[in-house]
Design a protein around this ligand. Sequence first.
Ligand SMILES: *Cc1c(COP(=O)(O)O)cnc(C)c1O
Length: 419
Amino acid sequence: MHHFEYRSGRLYAEDVDVAALADRIGSPFYVYSEATLRRHMRVFHKAFEGADPLVAFSVKANSNIAVLKILQSEGSGADVVSGGELQRALKAGIAPDKIVFSGIGKTRDEVKAALNAGIYQFNVESAPELEALNALALETGKSAPVALRVNPDVAAGGHDKISTGRKEDKFGVAWEEARGLYGRAREMKGVDVVGVDLHIGSQIADLAPFEAAFSKAAQLIADLRADGCSIDRLDLGGGLGIPYGDAATPPHPNDYAALIKRLTAPLGVRLIFEPGRMICGNAGILVTRVIFVKEGVARKFLIVDAAMNDLIRPALYDAHHEIIPVIQNDEAPRTTYDVVGPVCESSDFFAKARALPEMKEGDLAAIMSAGAYGAVQASQYNTRPLIPEVLVNSDRHAVIRRRPSFDEMIALEASPDWL
Ligand SMILES: *Cc1c(COP(=O)(O)O)cnc(C)c1O
């Protein structure tokens, strides 16, 4: 469910006319719907009503401060994967005791910052990381609450590049080594072992891999308790998929919750979740304008003003995004296009051989479901400025990240004095 819909043939973001917005802002730009963000966070909380989980939004999916503030006001915590994301979460007003820190390569400086902030949990992914965390905690006179991220060796996720829980993936502690490492952690004075953590992948469209992985985690907790470890938290990561307008229909959060309640109720642990895409994916669109229609020999190209540097998901993950005209034109014949950007790379495309109502120069299109892993992965490749992010709330809108000027784009560069 989202709040982007046609009214009298014109696309609206909540009560804001997208074409009119494009005239004010200048294309391309992202639009986020506040109502959709709030709705998704509420649906997730509601699915686990009574269980009092920590829902820690995965900041890497969309880290705009305004987005984080909205989710904070819905009771969300934050799952961060860098010192920068930690600073963003704190700046957005998220309490340290709702912040978990994931990632395989936390630097010493990042760990110190998180220790000083007093975060809720470190999700530790390897033996050397555990040693380093213990040493830093002892140095600063603190005790670090730790869950080990275990790798259950389960294949999941919409694409090879977003599967994280197989034994060949770089993430987590190997299943066979987990109990041993928990044993070592228990001996460490700077570390307080509190939980088990896993995150098996992203854009997961069915419950089976979750069931496989979470059952293994439940068994592990039983084993660890038998070893004398007091485990009272279970962090199940993120990964729930969203509809992108192609074949897959991911499970509803209620079904996901029912499965989890069944598997974890006997354990009596506090649950932690790190949803990203499920919260913000369908809450954002990318609005772009057709620069040219190019009749290739074999293909017809819609060349639009957004490009892979603005939204890299198709290039990186072969991701499917629905593309719709901002002004509906049902009479137009359907035409098959490759929708591409101006960047000098063959991988700069948004769709291949896509049937769309015929479009012409100057027409606006919306690339749907672009609210997760969109703006956060943008770059200035080809010296293209980062594009604005606009938030709508009913009939109001606000630019929550503006387009930089050319001078701002090159402000960090300097010529050496011999030039
Ligand atoms: C990316 C990530 C998430 C969020 O994944 P989604 O598929 O967006 O829900 C959660 N936890 C960790 C550790 C991640 O790396």
